[in-house]
Design a protein around this ligand. Sequence first.
Ligand code: NAP
Length: 532
Amino acid sequence: MVISDLPLTTSDLHTTKGGRRNSTLICAPIMAESVDEMLVQMRKANEAGADIVEIRLDYLKNFIPRQDLEILIKRSPLPAIVTYRPVWEGGQYDGNESKRQDALHLASEIGADYIDIELKVAHEFYNSIQLKKPGKAKIIVSSHNYQNTPSVEEIAELVARIQATGADIVKIATTALDITDSARMFQVLVHSHVPMIGLVMGEKGLISRILSPKFGGFLTFGSLEPGVVSAPGQPTIKELLDLYNFREIASDTKVHGVIGNPVSHSKSPHLYNAAFKSVGFDGIYLPLLVDSVEDFLTTYSSPDFVGYSYTTPHKEAGLNCSDEVDPIAKIIGAINCMIKRPTDGKLIGYNFDYIGAIAAIEEGLRALNRTANISGSPLAGKLLVVMGAGGAGKSLAYGGKEKGARVVVANRTLAKAKELASKVGGKAITLAELENFHPEDGMVLVNTTSVGMKPRCHATPIPKKALKHYSLVFDAIYSPKETRLLREAQESGVAVVYGTEMLINQGFEQFEKFTGLPAPKQLMRDVLARNT
Ligand code: NAP
């Protein structure tokens, strides 16, 4: 299929064959210093599943226009956009402007499918093209804003100015200062009457790149390798295709995600996207790097944004933004899951961390006491030391109390430990005191602080020598799976339970809330094992 055969609007989506539910192209930026390297990259882009390449002439050293363009355009295995980005628009080319535009005219003459020209010089380029031999190239007129994302009205006005140049395709790239910035781009994109590339650059703009098909974007960029990008925030082609099921995103696809800050380490997108796909559920799950939960929920209030997981530091803010909260989440004072109720759009908060973590610890204790005939919870009567007093700490402390454990809360900030301990009828100490804390043997220790989490894997919340007083250690951290705490516990002969168990158990509950379907448990376990 050639590019021009692909439908350009989302209304055509369901007419496409072969499982592809949108017409948005994946474009691989080709940035190399030599023509040969570019040819290698183009081949890789084709193999990786890209639809189109963007040849960035400004990256070439010793560019010989006619000779190099003939090779690059004629040998490209995919349709090509030829771009020669000048420094004044964020590119690498720092030479004579008319030579630059001559090279683009030449690319059109030689048979490039698309030429990218910057809005600032588009009129000049169009005037001169009348005098040259016409080519078949469609013209993309582009505008890049590396500072911010303007208002909807300003973006729409920019679209009109670009359209007025005679552009075949409008390209607007802005910069995300906040995740809500992408919403303004979506609003313009979905109403555009011309094919439009509308992307918001930077980590906080990732949602604009992945959801481009939902709002009818002409293309999105996918890099060949992580970090080797032509603009900040680009995912890889592999991530678009394998992690986000990009081809299956359509205008009615339901949006889910994990709200956190930071959030790029989260394995949840792997877990839920694979699970959604396996049961044929039309949903996508994204990492959502959110600064203000309230701003996020108010901005993305449309009925298609339907379900969220909550992680550090937003579990309490999530609860405060819920219209209704389930009784356990209310007692804990934090949520880890939120659903938009389809009947009335109300936001309902839940906390499944408690179920997931406690079940995993009980299982660990049962395995330890295989011979003992325990009826009821093996946590009953045990001394449970909870390190941390944030969202996960509250879940574990309340969960432990529910099961009849005696709870001690150890936290860096003693005031928070005291507050939580008073609610669960327990004792509060500082993290530092744990080194010499030894009221009895056979205690259960759980870590719910973020100490030891990637990238600071060398850190641990408790000295190794104190671990021998415990019968079991659980670490809520799942990235990495094997934390220093768990490694040192094993070295001290103590049983361990991994944070991945908590993640998977509460993941089953969330999946069922998101989809209304039973969780594909084995598949979710396999995905998690592959990604931790
Ligand atoms: P949170 O609400 O932000 O709480 C963070 C806790 O960590 C607080 O008690 C905080 O102490 C403590 N802390 C942070 N930095 C510290 C440091 N440098 N030294 C000592 N203590 C420090 O976060 P959360 O949502 O409870 O999550 C905490 C951890 O649990 C994260 O690693 C998260 O990934 C993990 N988690 C895992 C699962 C799972 O399914 N496995 C589920 C939920 C959470 P202060 O009060 O003194 O600030």
